[in-house]
Write a protein that binds this ligand. Sequence first.
Ligand code: ATP
Ligand code: MN
Length: 255
Amino acid sequence: EHLDREIESILGLRERREKDSELYKIANEVFDKTTKETLAYLHRRGKIEALYGVISTGKEANVFAGIDGNGERIAVKIYRTYTTEFRRIWEYLAADPRVGYLPKDMRKLVFVWTRREFKNLQRAIKYAVRVPEPIAFRNNVLVMEFIGGEAPAPRLKDVERELEKEDFEELYNFTIGVIERLWKRGDMVHGDLSEYNILIHNRPVVIDWSQATVRRNRMSLELLKRDLRNVISYFRKRGVDTEDPEEKFRQLAGI
Ligand code: ATP
Ligand code: MN
């Protein structure tokens, strides 16, 4: 019907007819009615003109490459409305003092999760952390700046083999700087900072802000400690003369 035709148009199927493409397969698998309606809404608002490729498929979300109504490149993160991670998502949201009412059904909980990631991106930008610029969100769909050139930018994990000791040192300082600035100036912690969530595009860009939260969260110290441990252990293994994670933690936490 009408909605399906609008989705076909967003996916460029009318022109290309590549019904066996990866894009079509993923879309077919994960676009339920809510997602289709949400994409159609964003389409009519000029936020998404077309989706033309799959950047990443994950358990919780898929990320697509697209263009907006002005022909600008965008990345579109679309959360699955059903995930097996209900419990984890619920626990993270329940601990966040910014989140009020918590819906009981998965679909609506994912909407809250998506909105929180958008707000986290806005907040991180304020503290001069380089992240994809948030553009729009609705329900389970988040539209943001596309990071990359022709192709999406690689993750630190993807390029680590080509890096020299000096590169790692620079990236270590960058990453610790992000953790410090977020914590001290932004009262915020990323919570999943690793070589998988740093894109390398001219300068490094920190992505995946879904589990980020504020310092007032009762889990924030735990998340800070985890970020420090993961990041420091990664760079230490690559020859960087790092700080001690526990000491750095105590210093930032003020204990
Ligand atoms: P995963 O579970 O695979 O880590 P995720 O749900 O954590 O996925 P993200 O980390 O936000 O989601 O995004 C998944 C992947 O999509 C990233 O590793 C990155 O390669 C790509 N990606 C995300 N955002 C962008 C962006 N704005 N521009 C370009 N690529 C992006
Ligand atoms: Mn990720």
